[in-house]
Design a protein around this ligand. Sequence first.
Ligand code: ZN
Length: 156
Amino acid sequence: MDLSKMSKEEKRHLVETQGFVQGDVWGGPRKKRYYTPDGRVVYKPPSEREFQRLDKNGKVVEQGIRDANYDEGLLDTMPTELKLYCRWCDKWHDTEQQIEDCKAKQKKLETWGMEMARRMHPKDFEKADKMAEFEDRLNKQDEKLDAILKAVGGKR
Ligand SMILES: [Zn+2]
């Protein structure tokens, strides 16, 4: 496809039918139009990867270039049934329950990651722990002071 030899009309046709963005046809970064499963339109450069499929004798039966953006869940047409965007894994799920499950899973991973980090770099956490402890103590004293002031009828 030689874009420089195409007429304006042909280019416009390409933009409308192939989902290419004008910046692509008229220069600039090459981007494509995708739809997210939750129904948004995004423009991003295609993430092209070469792929090869081998038969059991190791002979190439299929090869070409595929767009890894589709593996991420992006679509080339507007989805008819919208999915829910999940901010925990940056992907999409069918139900709220699945998002809740995903959140629980991510939180668990996070906690586990923190525990591992603590075990491997305890020194880095000493200061943060001390600060948290100090803050905690201040808060408690604040509460006590509030209680005392309330008891004597004053206001802070
Ligand atoms: Zn998720």
